[in-house]
Design a protein around this ligand. Sequence first.
Ligand code: GLY
Ligand code: MN
Ligand code: MN
Length: 440
Amino acid sequence: MLLAQIPNYYKARREALMKARPNSVFLIPSNSEVVRNSDVHYLFRQESHFRYLCGLEEPDAFLVLAPSKSLAGAFRTILFIRTKDVEKEMWQGERYGVEGALEIFGANEAYPIEELDKRLPELFSGADRVFYRLGVDPKCDARVIRALDANRASSGRSGKGLLPIEDAQTVIGEMRLYKAPEEIELHRKACQITAAAHKSVMKEVKPGMGEHEIEALIDYLFRKNGCDRVAYPTIAAGGKNATCLHYQHNNCVLKDGELLLIDAGGEYQCYAADITRTYPIGRDFTKAQANLYDLTLKSQKEAVAMTKPGVKLADIHKHVYEVLTEGLLSLGLLQGNRDEIIKNLGFKRFFPHNTSHWMGLDVHDAGLYFQNGEPRTLEPGMFFSVEPGLYVQPNDKDAPASFRNIGIRIEDDILVTQTGCENLTKDAPKEREEIVALRS
Ligand code: GLY
Ligand code: MN
Ligand code: MN
């Protein structure tokens, strides 16, 4: 079904971008369909910068923002798009066409995508620089460079060289880092659906079920409740599979006495949720499982509690690895001097990843982690994961046998507010007693 109109905030985002970088041309390609096998394509997911600035969910489109030739300070939104085509629409579904680009997506000008190469050189006139993300698609890079060269050639003996290209990722990523109210509402919805799905599945898990069933159940609940798709492939990892950080096979049977780690998030109108919960497949945690769980949870809750404007993700990560190191020392999994272990990153044997990543349209969202060489400071509107984990590898002969094969991660999605933070995924239970009670 086609949209009748899109919200005004897309235009406002384009205006903010062109105000931040006047006299610039932005080149933002959409994603294309990708062949999976034979005549089958991967499910289409729009490129996130394009989605953020335009809202169009079609492949084979190209957004250009360019300075206005006639009105100083003004800019043109030019959308290249697939044309309407009765025959193709019968096979592939309705298209917006050039008319839709103008009337629904608010382009000032719209052209068939086939005219991109012909029209692009002219769109650079009057600009001082170009923002484009080089290195993603070599074919598209070649088109852009050809168009820039044609533009330079048309400048004759004016002395103008090739316009400089700057990374569009940096400037659009910076905007995307600060979530606007309408984006927070979409994240809230993704997080609510995801938390409720985790809670429901938590009640269903039993020994003998397959990891694939857990994946299917959670996917069903995401889709049933309004998510378009998963934000990333679900990890449903029983027992030692949870010690593999990006486990994706989801093809083993769940065993009594082991833990299940589920890392799954729905995507709502392209905005991601990202929750991990870990709990017993049978009735209760073993002592070793409970010890590692309580330690992971302590570090996670303290990390969330310290989140507020002015704090840095690096401070949060540091606090997490300090808490984990101290706990691992008292459990006998690490030996030696606390400060030496921290200095030498000895905790990485059990906690090899970071605590946080930005979240947004991409589950690992755009936005720089450093500014002027320093870890950046949190500000209201930033949104990120807090996800400490402990993993004792099956082949870690130096770890006591009772701890081996255990993988635990606890992950929530945290919004920085004016005074502190809000945990948008708090409805997914994570207290040990609450989980056990829910499952008995
Ligand atoms: N699910 C991806 C991540 O936790 O980063
Ligand atoms: Mn995750
Ligand atoms: Mn994550």
